[in-house]
Design a protein around this ligand. Sequence first.
Ligand SMILES: [Cu+2]
Length: 170
Amino acid sequence: MKQPALHPLLLALMLLGAAPAFAHGDETHKKTSSLVKMEQKEWGIGGDAKAVKRTIEVKMADNMRFTPDRIEVKEGDTLRIRLSNTGQVLHEMVLGTAPVLAEHAALMKRFPNMEHDEPYMAHVPAGKTGEIIWTFNRPGEFDFACLIAGHFEAGMVGKIVVTPTAGAEK
Ligand SMILES: [Cu+2]
């Protein structure tokens, strides 16, 4: 079922007031493909671990930088982005478009303890690792960012360039 009109941020806002059950930060995140809803986004769709073409290592650090901060992908490819947080504080990676991320960051600033979890994001505690498996089935330039209050503003962002391939699955 498609619900293009209901923006995830609106949904988050609605749930914030209403449902304490929305906070699933204490649970173990079970990001198996069967439990995660695969919703097409402008920047792609949740990927299946079996379809992973390439693994990219990205470091997150307390200088508010991702290394590398630019990732190039071919349209249709599924990437495993393996994150390691080398810092002393929690960092996260959220994939999206620049406007969606900016909007989300503003929301995070207003509600710093907002819990959120989607297949296109990963929260990585200090010294830990995490991963995102994502299929980049739409060409274009996308962004990723750490939306923890203050981090986004400090420039903790990066770019993902998805180059179009003829005949890639849509
Ligand atoms: Cu951060």
